[in-house]
Every structure is written in structure tokens, then in C-alpha cells.
Unconditional design. Sequence first.
Length: 168
Amino acid sequence: MNVFLIGFMGSGKTSLGKKIANKLNRTFIDLDDLIEGKEGKSISELFSEKGENYFRQIEKSVLLSQSKDKEVVVSLGGGACCNEESWKFMENNGLIIYLKEKPEILFGRLKQNKNQRPLIAHLPDEDLKEFIDKKLSERSIYYDKAHFVYEKDKSSFKFLVKQINDFL
Ligand code: S3P
């Protein structure tokens, strides 16, 4: 069974995903890296040259092309889980973990790292805060349905690994 890691930009999915994969002795896959490899373009180039709708289609098809029998840890871009088809696919083919982080922490991280992220690269800091609040509340409809919600300051990594192992 696969492990899918979801959460907002800047929540630390990639580093947590690598840590989980290492602990479970599994391969780690970053969905954005797969998209960039498949398209031969960076995520920023895809957004600027082809637009967000095109990116979302590719993002969905790359996720859905993951083999159902795989036993990998997949980290998804922040918006990748937010449609019915992708959600159903993940639900039927793995364990979904939401890495939850407070909006003020996300803001602190994202304002230092806007350039590589096409959705926020153009936003002044005042608007970034509002963007995070709005998108988080829209996306929480999906995020909050995850099998597990992991908040780093509320529970330990060891406990998360135990929960995953019990589930798998
Ligand atoms: C996006 C998040 C990004 C990337 C793209 C869109 C989003 O991934 O997929 O820029 O819609 O939240 P990360 O969450 O890994 O930054």
C-alpha cells in the first residue's frame, strides 16, 4: 500500500516524506519532480507557458498513473489532492497523511521562498497572508479528510511511524 503525503506549500512534505520513506525502507517520490521530468520543464515554466489548468491536468494524470500495487511514499504538491478523482485514487490505493502546519508558520517560510512557487511569486507579503488563509480554508475540505493528521508540535515522529505501521 502506498503512503500519500499531503499539505500546504511550505509545510515540509518533502523532508517528512523522505524521513518516512527511510524509516519504512521504501522509495520516496516527489510528484512535482515527476511532473518536471515528464514535461521537461520546471513547475514555474509550466505555469507561465501553459497555465495553471494545464498543470492541474498533468498533475492529476501523473498521480493517477502511479501503480496501484506500489509500496512507495509519495509527496504531493499542495493542490494535487484537491479534486474528487485524485482523492478517490489515493483513498483506494494508500494511506493519506496530512502534514498540518499553522498559517503563521507557513507565512514565515513562504515569504522567504516565494520565487520558485508560481502561485505566490508575484504576491506582496500583505497579500500572501490573505492567500494562505483563503487557500487553506478552501483546501481543508480535502486536507481534513486524510486518514491521519500529523502536527509536528503535537505528536512525535515515532508515534506517526507507529500509526503508519499499524495501518499498513
Ligand atoms: C502548488 C504547490 C507546489 C506546486 C505548485 C502548486 C499548490 O508544490 O505543486 O507550485 O497549488 O499548492 P509544494 O506544495 O510542494 O510547494
